[in-house]
Design a binder for this molecule. Structure first.
Ligand code: ZN
Length: 303
């Protein structure tokens, strides 16, 4: 993903956020999100090494994701496609698992699992995209045993990263997924999409992604406030990411992303320093706790 070129910072008051959020029903009992499990996944992913789309590394990552989903009793499904990229045609695969719930609509939790291709240094992407991949695997375990009010899909997207400059092509997996849903007539069943990306930064701070669907972002920020999590900030900023194809297709979507590192230089982003030492299990725990706390409000809205 990238900062939007026309990035502006808008201050949003907490009172405004609170007023727009419907009150949640009592939370359905769910197993707790276990960041130790998530972090164990993250370590395994980093050990695979670079995982760019079309590489042997991402093939190993796919096997790891599918094994992880199967291990918690879910059935992984692959959506294969060929992406036309600046380096030629690259075979890509989105992976999903569905946790059946009442009704025909579904809620998607998504993240990308490819890492950006760099020739000049070894990029292992602990945060980008190890954190989202590891997080979704643990979330799948939790939601599988939760009494969900809607069907939930856990979606691992390929090809978020550009080959070179962002403008030359990006978000291949999410664009293909939305196009396929339009073609097969199932787009209307997607009631909302929550994207996680770069959620493992040690000094976590999420701004509201400014083009995301307000009620969905509000529900998550309200849960964060309830849990007294200061990591969910009042400021907003536009970031190009995998939620945009969903928004463009009319699907409510939001992006939980921390693209800024504390020294404001974003020095770990797309650098050789995006390593295990610079990510934190606690950050994954915060996001897990907040999203699970927000879930009843979101379910109430879309069921
Ligand atoms: Zn990236």
């Amino acid at each position: 993903m990238r900062f939007c070129a026309a990035a502006v910072v808008v201050l949003v008051t907490c009172a405004c956020v609170s007023a727009q959020t419907p009150s949640a029903p009592p939370a359905a009992q769910a197993p707790a999100f276990d960041s130790n499990r998530a972090f164990a996944h993250l370590k395994q992913l980093v050990e695979i090494g670079p995982r760019p789309a079309g590489s042997p590394g991402i093939q190993k990552t796919r096997e790891y994701i599918k094994q992880g989903l199967s291990a918690v009793g879910l059935t992984p499904k692959e959506q294969t496609f060929d992406a036309k990229t600046p380096i030629g045609t690259v075979p890509m695969v989105n992976i999903s698992a569905t946790i059946p719930g009442p009704g025909t609509g579904r809620l998607i939790f998504a993240g990308h699992y490819d890492t950006k291709l760099f020739e000049e240094f070894r990029f292992v992407g602990a945060n980008d995209a190890g954190s989202s991949t590891a997080f979704l695997l643990e979330l799948a375990r939790v939601l599988k045993d939760r009494k969900n009010a809607v069907t939930i899909e856990i979606l691992f997207l390929d090809g978020e990263e550009a080959f070179g400059e962002w403008e030359t092509g990006n978000t291949f997996g999410s664009r293909h997924y939305v196009d396929a849903a339009k073609t097969d007539g199932t787009l209307k069943d997607i009631k909302a999409m929550i994207l996680v990306d770069m959620i493992g930064d040690k000094a976590l701070g999420f701004k509201r992604e400014s083009r995301s669907t307000p009620w969905l972002t509000d529900a998550i920020w309200a849960a964060a406030r309830e849990l007294k999590r200061p990591e969910f900030l009042a400021e907003s900023t536009p970031i190009d990411d995998d939620h945009l194809p969903f928004l463009a297709a009319g699907v409510p979507a939001t992006d939980i992303i921390d693209l800024e590192y504390p020294d404001a230089s974003s020095r770990y982003w797309h650098s050789a320093e995006d390593t295990l030492e610079n990510v934190s299990a606690q950050s994954l725990q915060v996001v897990g706790d907040v999203l699970l706390a927000a879930l009843p409000t979101i379910e109430l809205r879309i069921r």
